[in-house]
Design a protein around this ligand. Structure first.
Ligand SMILES: Cc1ncc(COP(=O)(O)O)c(C=O)c1O
Length: 365
């Protein structure tokens, strides 16, 4: 079994602390404990419930009609949810079909577990929309699980309710499962779809406090699914993390108790930043993108058919500005931009992106 490093995380670990402007981050701007006003002084630092704090599970479930706390397990980020689902659901000869581009864990984990992994690529030419007929053709006799991510990281593409229902019909007809990574659901520009796991016992929803709520450092995510899947997730995590950090669970509860109010300001800022970035890109003739419809990231590409690696390296090394090169996400002509941060930082970052693009193309002439 080989756990190789993920190129995306390698890039982050090398550069994210070395820059002045971060316009590649996949979440909203981080909060401090002080910003949140959470008093942690009474938190008992004991082992917690293995499926997560019952009050926190109730709070998560209460946000979605039809969902009960017994359908929820709280984990160390969505990352642990994904690991536990892959480790418990996929047998040695099972295939998993993963939509890409996406957060690379979704294919790295089953590859590391030596499961059979196939990839279904969203295409720029299709505006990164899901083509269900093409997806259906990729299903093999041993496929047990399909993984989709919408709103998508890095493309910002979304799935419609009709498409989601069609995919659910497809997995039900094949007797297989759908893992919907809904980490960005709360940041859909329009009304979010129902939580996918509430639509069928064949659907597993994964989500997180990391992206929409600006607290990736608390490492709290969750999975919503049929109760037997929740039990399997617990069995896996009892061998890796056992339970969640008690201070993190308290912070997550404090945010979710004021979820709507909390998200209102965040969403307004995100949409404002998106408009700014979209206008900036639309005026250019050297890069182009499919405007995102949700989340906080987009995936522009160079108009010239070449890899964006040089651009990203130049940006980070000379202009101290962080974006994510597309090779980390299996599409090298692209790079990821994030618009979840402070407006000022985005404006400064885009100015440097402009300089880097000019420098790159002037040296190529
Ligand atoms: C789509 C998606 N899923 C899951 C994760 C993992 O998030 P975390 O483990 O911080 O909850 C990420 C992180 O970038 C992501 O973008």
């Amino acid at each position: 079994m080989a756990f190789k490093r993920m190129e995306l995380e390698d890039w982050f670990d090398n550069y994210q602390f070395e820059v002045d402007y971060d316009i590649g981050e996949s979440g909203v701007k981080f909060f401090t404990v002080k910003d949140l006003g959470v008093d942690l002084s009474d938190v008992q630092l004991r082992y917690g419930h293995h499926k997560g704090n019952p009050e926190l599970r109730e709070l998560i479930a209460s946000g979605f009609p039809g969902l009960k706390a017994s359908h929820v397990a709280v984990t160390s980020g969505a990352s642990e949810s994904i690991f536990a689902i892959m480790a418990s659901l996929l047998g040695p000869s099972d295939n998993v079909l993963v939509e890409v581009p996406t957060y690379p864990s979704l294919y790295h984990i089953p590859q590391s577990l030596e499961r059979d992994v196939s990839l279904y690529f969203l295409k720029y030419e299709d505006e990164f929309k899901l083509d269900i007929d093409r997806l259906a053709k990729e299903i093999r006799p041993n496929t047990k699980l399909i993984c989709l991510t919408h709103p998508n990281n890095p493309t910002g593409s979304v799935i419609t309710k009709v498409e989601l229902e069609e995919v659910i019909k497809l997995v039900e007809s094949k007797g297989i499962y759908l893992l919907m990574d809904e980490t960005y659901r709360d940041l859909t520009f329009d009304e979010p779809l129902p939580l996918a796991a509430t639509l069928s016992p064949k659907v597993i929803s994964v989500s997180s406090m990391s992206k929409a709520f600006g607290v990736p450092g608390i490492r709290i995510g969750w999975v919503a699914a049929d109760e037997w899947i929740i039990d399997s997730v617990r069995a896996v995590r009892e061998q890796i993390t056992i339970c969640n950090p008690a201070p993190s669970e308290k912070i997550a509860m404090s945010i979710l108790q004021r979820k709507d109010e909390f998200l209102k300001g965040i969403k307004a800022n995100v949409i404002d930043n998106f408009r700014l970035m979209n206008e900036w890109i639309q005026k250019r003739d050297d890069i182009e993108w499919i405007p995102p419809k949700g989340g906080v990231v987009g995936f522009p590409r160079l108009v010239k058919d070449e890899a964006a690696d040089d651009l990203c390296r130049l940006l980070v090394e000379r202009y101290r500005t962080f974006v994510v090169p597309g090779y980390c996400l299996k599409m090298p002509r692209h790079f990821r931009l994030g618009y979840g941060g402070h407006k000022e930082e985005i404006i400064n970052g885009l100015e440097r992106l402009d300089k880097a693009l000019r420098e790159l193309y002037s040296t190529q002439k």
